[in-house]
Design a protein around this ligand. Structure first.
Ligand code: NI
Length: 271
């Protein structure tokens, strides 16, 4: 999809996608081309297990200006939660193409990982992020209270983001108080997400990120399809409307915030 001639092509960063997933194996190159064609200049590919992190790093090496990787065990994919797995994770965290720790966090919506195992793993990720001074990528679903308790106990030294934020105003303010960034996904485009949409204008300009969480949760008007980084632009349009902000501003501030949080090299913005 190319913009109409009179529409400037703004630049965007998809701060959270799972480009290593096998759902992209058949057409990953085209997915990347479509993203670039819509102005997406960077994607952070988020590791969910050891193997997934290794694949994300391989992608980051193959597309050095475009893809960056993170290293972690997703709370719903805990198959590597054993001492050997943790040793491997530590080695991956210090890899130069790895810009953050996670995704980690707590998901009490699904039951396939025991909650106490999730809490132990989240705590350990926070300790590693603090030790290696890398930002933490946090997934929280139906578990804000426990997540905040662990965050308060461990502290966050190198910043962090609540990715695919699904809370309302109260959870948003509580996250901001803890110094966290808020990353908005395609869920904000769903009219039914009333509390979340009410929280969108509360995020200060210097704490806002946007993401797809691809291949999951495609925004309107792609709902039900496989999600991909190009669709972050549809989420951006919706966020700009909800915040009564220009696309240009939103583009600039989300580029800057993502680069600051993940210590990415500066990007040249030509508008
Ligand atoms: Ni994710």
């Amino acid at each position: 999809m190319t913009p109409k001639k009179d529409t400037p092509l703004y630049q965007w960063i998809d701060s959270h996608a799972h480009l290593d997933f096998d759902r992209f194996d058949d057409d990953r190159g085209e997915v990347i081309s479509r993203a670039k064609a819509r102005g997406v200049s960077r994607v952070i590919s988020i590791g969910t297990r050891i193997e997934s992190t290794e694949r994300a790093i391989a992608l980051a090496e193959r597309y050095p200006e475009f893809i960056y990787a993170t290293a972690g065990f997703h709370p719903l994919y805990m198959t590597d939660d054993h001492e050997e797995g943790w040793r491997s994770l530590e080695e991956l965290i210090v890899h130069p193409r790895v810009v953050g720790v996670g995704e980690t966090g707590l998901d009490y919506y699904y039951d396939h990982t025991p909650h106490d195992q999730q809490r132990r793993s989240f705590r350990r990720h926070l300790q590693l992020a603090n030790r290696f001074k890398k930002p933490i990528i946090i997934h929280i679903r139906d578990a804000f209270e426990d997540a905040f308790k662990i965050i308060d106990e461990e502290g966050i030294k190198a910043g962090g983001v609540v990715h695919c934020f699904t809370g309302g105003p109260e959870e948003c303010l509580a996250s901001l108080e803890r110094g966290l960034y808020i990353s908005l996904s395609g869920i904000v485009t769903f009219k039914s997400a009333k509390a979340l949409r009410a929280a969108v204008p509360l995020v200060p300009n210097d704490r806002l990120l946007i993401e797809t969480d691809a291949p999951f949760l495609a925004p309107t008007p792609h709902r039900g399809q496989r999600n991909e980084p190009a669709f972050v632009v549809d989420t951006a349009h919706c966020v700009a409307q909800l915040r009564e902000e220009t696309l240009e501003n939103l583009s600039l501030l989300t580029l800057e915030n993502t680069a600051r949080l993940f210590s990415l090299p500066a990007i040249e913005v030509s508008l």
